[in-house]
Structure formats: structure tokens, C-alpha cells
Design a protein around this ligand. Structure first.
Ligand code: ADP
Length: 691
């Protein structure tokens, strides 16, 4: 047989042509076909095939030309030769092969597409496509007669293979970078879409929309982790007839979503029917045929906050799909976190606004120049100014800035202290209204300002006036008739001879009237001292005298109940300058209490002494004592210790009055006691009260 005529010139031309193809076309299928058809003639082949492999040596692209005809669907047809034929051997050994007679070579498998020629002996050349040490395919040329090829053919084919390998690798790299670019631009789009809103529901919707578009799946599910119940709650669902409804809950050990939420890792299940590892919850929408799932954790600040699931891709999940899903999930984490925070801020803002608006007090916010920035509903209603009018005014226009209190330029408020004072509020129309003003510094939205809380005390003032009226009524209408009764009783005692026995009855009546008189005076003093008035008329008195008077007053009661009264006093007379009547009443109060809260026949020690120009007066009893808790309240008005247990009658006014009276003299009153162990009440006042 003649050797085929080939010359170097032709070969070189072919290679130049091929390299031109390589740089001009980047679509792999086109490149392959062109390489093959260009090579056929020069290699002197009747048929040729080229198979491109991926990194797992699986065929991804192929081209076949038989007798000048290009065959479609080549990948499937070439699988057998790759599995068990000559190409397979070449791929495995990474070596080119020259077969002189295919009918005698076991590596040769018959191929359907060779039709009638398949039985006959042929010659074949097969070379691996290797570029940058990476196997990217295999190329085969066949001639219908055996022994057609020699070493020079082989070398030519090897050269073609080397060039083709580069072409294939380039095209693959180009495709990969194209795909990567697609992924990146999809993610960029997703990022723009998802982060352009802070509305929580809208963020979720956009995540679903972007996932469904990017992955082309039948359904997308987004679940968020509920930390309290440790469940994944399906928060948003996309799809025509999705596998689950919104609101569905899965615990952390349930289903794919549960697993992903618990482990924080992406899971892909290409075929649900084959899957044994993840327990797929069968409790799905009956109309939905679940085929494949990809689920990715949504993380925020390192914690899994949810799961994004894509269900049923058009064909199968590619590595790009997973890249996209993971990318969208991580965007979702930040977007959801931001939307949540924003939501919380909004809520807090609304709550604050509501509190502000609905407050029953008037609230104003002003800057440090007193310009009104905000006023609540009550402030508007009370002031009769509109919101706009108020915003153009300053606080002092309302008559409630007491410059003595707040200081020039509000400097008394710099320290952050709250000031409280009374003022006369000037509304837009009509008379001023009495108010209490609480003002202090606040910081709202990084701005320092002043908050003015103003309480209308018109009603309180009315009550105060009523109390004053009542006081003067008591003073005039009760005191003078009482005095008349006392003098009347005196007169009766002096006029009626002793043998008629009126004296003792009159004395009892006299004592009772005196008690009422003391009570009335104490009531008057209490209200007077409470409104800040000073004691009326300090007069000098000998301490021993007023102590004796006080003791004498309670003596009849003490004797009737067999109390043992022990009195100690300084030997030398001591002068006290005070409101004598008031101090006497304080002493009587303490003495009466000692009798009232002790059992009959017990001992009561009265002690008056002078230390450091102060008079100390104490009464010690062996009565029921007072608990530590009650000791704190008994000096308050109308407070009575152990209210229910106490059978003794009283108003709870005595000690409150005593405290006011002693303090108005610049003194102090206190109790030392233990429940069941008796009590010692002591007060001290300066011997000379300054007025
Ligand atoms: P009143 O005696 O009218 O209730 P007070 O103001 O004098 O009002 O006393 C307040 C409360 O203090 C009394 O109700 C009583 O519980 C308690 N208390 C006062 N003195 C004594 C005392 N010597 N021993 C025990 N409890 C006392």
C-alpha cells in the first residue's frame, strides 16, 4: 500500500488554521467541530471524534464527523468508547495509541455510527488532550483500511491534540469565568434588591423573589429560628402551589430545615427518593411532588437565624446554584438583621410617641434656649395654642419658667438634676392656672434639651383652700365654744358646794374637753406647720413645770389602770424658750401612747434631762413594742402600726403632729423599740428656739 502523500507544509498550515480558530471562537462546541473537520483531510481519516472531559473525567462535550457528516448528541454515543474502548484506554494511560488493525485490537469497540464498516479492519489514531498537566479530553481518527497510519501521522495527531487541549481548556476557563461573573452579578442584583428596603416583610419577599429567579426553582421557603421555642418557623413562601404554608413550625431535629438550622451547614439533596440521611417530613402539601432540595443557613453575627430552601430545580442543582443560594443566604442574614433592628427602633419610637402623646400631664420638649420643640396632646388642649403656635414660642411665654429655680440660661439644670416648683400657667385665653413643673435635661436623638412635665393642680389648690376653710372653721366655731364649756365647768365647780359631789363629775368633763381642745389645737398646728408656717409664740417656761403639767394630765388615767409612773427631772430649774403649749401637747401625746399601748399596771419611766443646751425628753414603756418596719412609718400622718391587730382607738395623728412640732423647734424625735419589748420615745429640742 502506498504511503499517503502528506507534506510538512500542509501540516503546518493546518496547525496555523487551528490556532486561528482557537483565538477567534470561544464556544467550545464550535471549536471542536472546526478542529475536527480541518484535521480530517490532512490526517487522512474517514471519521474523527473528540471528547471533552471535566475534572472528574466525565464527558461534557463531544463532536463526531463520519464521512464529512457531523453527528448530533455525540456525548451519549461516545460514552461506550470511553468506558471500555480505545478512548477509555488512552484516558486511563494518558498515552497516544496507533492501532494498525482494529479488528485485532481488544481495546477497539465497535461503534454503531460506523454502520456497514464496523466489521471491517481499520486503522486508528487516538491521543489524549493534555493542557497544563490536566487531562481535558481525547481525540480519535480512523481510516477504513488497516495499516494506513505511521508514526508521522501519530506525531501530527499529537500536535493537533496539544493545540486542541489548549482550546478546550481556554473555552472551559472562559465558560467558568462567564458563569462566575453571572453568579456575581446575580448576587450584586440581589444585594441591591434586598438591602434597598428596611421593611421586614418586604425584605423576606425580595429574598424569595431573588432566589426563585436565580435558581429557577419551583418553590422557595424561608424559615426563621424562634429562639424561645427552638423551632424553625416558616416565615415566607414562594411558589405556585408550595410544599408548605407560611407559619409551619419545625423543631430543630425535624426535616432538612431543622438540620440546617441546628448545624449551620448547607445541605443538597439531589434526589429526595434516594435520600436516607435526612428525615424528610412527609407532612407536605399533597399536590406537591418533592424531588430535590437545597437548603442553606441564614446567619447573622455568627448565629443561625434562619434557613433558605430552594426546592425542585428545572434539571438539577449545579455548583453555581449552590454558590448562589449560599450567597443569597448570607445577604439575607444581614438584611433580616437590619430590618429587625429597624423594626425594633420603629416600635420603640412609636411606643415612646404614644407614651408622650397619651400622657395625662402636659409635656413640652425645649432646647436650651427655651424654644418649644414638641408638645403633647394634653399640652395643646390645656394651653389652647395649636402645635404650630407652640413651636414658635418659648417656655417662658407660658409663664412656667421660674428663673429663680432654673437659673440664668437654665444653668441649674446642667447637672442633670430634676427641679420641681409651682407656677402659674398662662394659657392662650383666660386666667392663669396653678401647676407644678418638673423640669430636667433629656437627650433625644443625640440632641440635648429640656423636658418639662407640667401638672395641673387647680383641683389640688381647691382642696387646699377647702382645708384652710375647714381649719379656720374649726378654729372659730369649735375652739371658742369649747373654751366656753371649760369656763362654764369651772364656774359650776366653784358655785356648787362640794357636798353635792359635782366636783369629780365636772373634773372628768373638764379633762375630756381639754383632750378635745388639745386635739383641735394639734390639728390646727399640723396643717399650719405643714404649709410651712413657723411656730407662733415662743415663751419661756421652766422645764420641770411643763413636764409636771404633762404628767398631771395623764395621771388620772394612769392611776385608774394602776400604771407605775416614775419621773426623773434635773434638780435645778431649767428654762426652755418654746411654743410651750405645743411642746406640752407633744409630751402628753407620747405619755398617752405609752399608756394606750401597754397593759395595765406596767411601769412607765419619764425622763427629762439637759445635754449640750438641748432638752431631752423620753418616755419608756413596757408595752407591746413596735416592729422595725413600723418604726419607719408611724411618724407619718394617719399611719398606725399593725392596724388590724390594734384594738386601741386613735387617728394616727399624734406622732405626725409631734414630729412637725419638734422639727419646727429645730429638734428631732425618734423611737427605740423591739416588738414585745416595750418602746422608748425620745425627742430633743434646743433650750432656746430661734425664730
Ligand atoms: P394613734 O395613737 O392615734 O394611732 P399616733 O400617731 O400617736 O397615732 O401613733 C401612731 C402609731 O404608732 C400607733 O397607732 C401605734 O401603732 C404606734 N405607737 C405609738 N406609740 C407607741 C407605743 N408607746 N408603743 C407601741 N406602739 C406605739
Amino acid at each position: 500500500m502506498d504511503l499517503p502523500t502528506r507534506d510538512a507544509y500542509n501540516s503546518l498550515n493546518l496547525l496555523i488554521d487551528i490556532s486561528r480558530e482557537l483565538v477567534s471562537a470561544l464556544d467550545l462546541a464550535t471549536v471542536l467541530q472546526r478542529v475536527l473537520s480541518r484535521s480530517l483531510e490532512i490526517v487522512e481519516a474517514n471519521s474523527a471524534s473528540i471528547i471533552i472531559l471535566n475534572e472528574h473525567e466525565e464527558p461534557v462535550d463531544a463532536a463526531i464527523i463520519v464521512n464529512g457528516e457531523v453527528h448530533e448528541g455525540s456525548v451519549e454515543r461516545l460514552k461506550s468508547t470511553l468506558d471500555s474502548g480505545l478512548a477509555g484506554w488512552v484516558v486511563q494511560h494518558r498515552q497516544s495509541v496507533l492501532v494498525n488493525d482494529t479488528s485485532k485490537d481488544p481495546r477497539w469497540t465497535q461503534r454503531g455510527y460506523e454502520g456497514e464498516y464496523q466489521e471491517e479492519a481499520k486503522s486508528s489514531l487516538c491521543a489524549p488532550l493534555i493542557a497544563r498537566d490536566q487531562l481535558v479530553g481525547v481525540i480519535t481518527f480512523t481510516h477504513y483500511t488497516p495499516d494506513h497510519y505511521d508514526q508521522s501521522h501519530m506525531e501530527l495527531v499529537e500536535a493537533i491534540a496539544a493545540w486542541s487541549a489548549i482550546a478546550a481548556l481556554n473555552a472551559q476557563l472562559y465558560e467558568a469565568s462567564q458563569r462566575r461573573a453571572d453568579v456575581m452579578s446575580t448576587l450584586a442584583e440581589t444585594a441591591a434588591a434586598v438591602t434597598s428596603t428596611l421593611d421586614f416583610d418586604e425584605v423576606l419577599n425580595r429574598i424569595l423573589e431573588q432566589t426563585s429567579q436565580a435558581l429557577e426553582v419551583e418553590a422557595v421557603l424561608l424559615g426563621l429560628v424562634d429562639k424561645k421555642s427552638n423551632e424553625v418557623v416558616l416565615q415566607a413562601v414562594w411558589g405556585e402551589d408550595p410544599p408548605r404554608e407560611e407559619g409551619h413550625r419545625l423543631n430543630m431535629d425535624q426535616g432538612v430545615a431543622g438540620w440546617v438550622a441546628k448545624h449551620g451547614q448547607t445541605v443538597i439533596i439531589p434526589d429526595v427518593s434516594q435520600d436516607k440521611y435526612y428525615s424528610i417530613d412527609q407532612n407536605l402539601n399533597k399536590n406537591f411532588e418533592l424531588r430535590a432540595i437545597a437548603a442553606s443557613p441564614i446567619k447573622a453575627e455568627g448565629q443561625v437565624v434562619g434557613v433558605l430552601q430552594a426546592v425542585n430545580p428545572r434539571t438539577e442543582f449545579s455548583s453555581d446554584d449552590i454558590l448562589l443560594l449560599n450567597g443569597i443566604s448570607s445577604l439575607a442574614g444581614t438584611a433580616i438583621q437590619h430590618a429587625r433592628l429597624f423594626n425594633e427602633i420603629q416600635l420603640a419610637h412609636t411606643r415612646y410617641r404614644q407614651l408622650f402623646e397619651d400622657n395625662i400631664d402636659l409635656i413640652f420638649l425645649s432646647d436650651w434656649e427655651g424654644r418649644i420643640l414638641e408638645a403633647n396632646r394634653e399640652a395643646i388642649e390645656f394651653s389652647l395654642f395649636s402645635r404650630e403656635e407652640l413651636r414658635s414660642m418659648r417656655m417662658y411665654h407660658l409663664g412656667i419658667v421660674d428663673w429663680n429655680e432654673v437659673g440664668i440660661n437654665f444653668e441649674a439644670l446642667n447637672s442633670g438634676d430634676r427641679l420641681t416648683y409651682e407656677a402659674a400657667f398662662q394659657p392662650k385665653f383666660g386666667a392663669t392656672r396653678p401647676v407644678v413643673v418638673h423640669v430636667h435635661q433629656v437627650t433625644i436623638e443625640d440632641q440635648s434639651g429640656l423636658q418639662w412635665i407640667v401638672r395641673d393642680i387647680t383641683e389640688l389648690k381647691k382642696l387646699e383652700r377647702m382645708r384652710e376653710d375647714l381649719t379656720s372653721m374649726i378654729y372659730h366655731d369649735l375652739r371658742s365654744p369649747l373654751a366656753n364649756v371649760v369656763s362654764g365647768l369651772d364656774l359650776i365647780k366653784s358655785m356648787v358646794p362640794e357636798e353635792y359631789g359635782v366636783g369629780s363629775v365636772a373634773s372628768i368633763a373638764e379633762r375630756s374637753v381639754n383632750r378635745v381642745q388639745r386635739l383641735v389645737s394639734s390639728l390646727l398646728d399640723t396643717s399650719r406647720l405643714q404649709s410651712g408656717q413657723k411656730i407662733l409664740n415662743p415663751t419661756p417656761v421652766i422645764v420641770q413645770i411643763i413636764v409636771s403639767e404633762a404628767v398631771e394630765t395623764v395621771k388620772p388615767v394612769a392611776e385608774a389602770s394602776n400604771f407605775v409612773l416614775k419621773v426623773t427631772m434635773p434638780e435645778e430649774p431649767v428654762t426652755l424658750i418654746a411654743d410651750v403649749d405645743m411642746i406640752r401637747r407633744v409630751m402628753i401625746n407620747i405619755l398617752e401612747n405609752a399608756l394606750k399601748y401597754s397593759s395595765q399596771g406596767r411601769r412607765i419611766d419619764v425622763d427629762a434631762r439637759v445635754e449640750n443646751e438641748m432638752l431631752y425628753f423620753s418616755v419608756k414603756d413596757e408595752g407591746r413594742g413596735i416592729s422595725e418596719q413600723d418604726q419607719k412609718i408611724i411618724f407619718e400622718r394617719y399611719m398606725r402600726a399593725d392596724l388590724t391587730a390594734s384594738k386601741a382607738k386613735g387617728l394616727g395623728l399624734g406622732l405626725a403632729f409631734s414630729k412637725l412640732a419638734v422639727e419646727s423647734h429645730g429638734g428631732e424625735i425618734w423611737v427605740e423599740s423591739e416588738l414585745g419589748q416595750g418602746s422608748v420615745f425620745t425627742f430633743k429640742i434646743p433650750l432656746v428656739t430661734e425664730t
